[in-house]
Design a protein around this ligand. Sequence first.
Ligand code: ADE
Length: 249
Amino acid sequence: MTLAILSALPQEQAGLRACLTEPQMQQRAGREFCVGRWRDRQAVVLALSRIGKVAAATTATTLIEHFGVTRIVFSGVAGGLGAGVTVGDVVVAEACLQHDMDASPLFPRHEVPLYARDRFACDPGMAAGLRAAAQALRDGVAQHFEAPVRQQYGLDAMQVHHGLLISGDRFVSAADEAQALARRLPQALAVEMEAAAVAQVCHDYGVPFAALRTISDRADDSAHVDFPAFLEAVAGRCTTLIMQHWLDG
Ligand code: ADE
């Protein structure tokens, strides 16, 4: 049994490598993979996909075909869309949908052609474990982040949400675009650029999948400023702390 922890960017995984015993770097498909054991126990592969659905799908396929992983969790940041999903919150996906999939009028908008569905469900057991881990981080946030960082990124008010996560090959950085997306997909909690592609690959291979996103921005006119600041200051620490709560108990 090997778990893959996949992120788009290195900042989203900062701190994770230090949790692996005997980490070994391997190159494949133009990417670096870090193979090791989580604190000497379970086999883990850390992978960085880069940004976008194709990059994420290639990486997920390589993880399954070459590294033989049996579970994949995607962890990183997202733009908040749902009412009350604000910077510093955590979203655990129950299902993932590609918001830029549109083969209408041949198929209904968002439906993935020939899959008879517009969303791929996440593994309920993994999602429940990640939710509990995120709640544990929320409850202990003051132990892990200094007061100025908690204040700047709203971490004292951190909420853990669960529901629909949407992906597309667009960085959403305008309030009117975010509002249009929220109107079109009112169940969507957050938007990012990879998870739904990985969910589709995992569906094809029968590999359990989960996705976890910390909210870096509101996908509005200041998203291009909020996103990089959050990425550097908070993203990797959140991933690492949640994975520690999940895997160490
Ligand atoms: N990831 C983080 N913020 C995002 C946004 N606003 N749009 C798309 N992906 C994101």
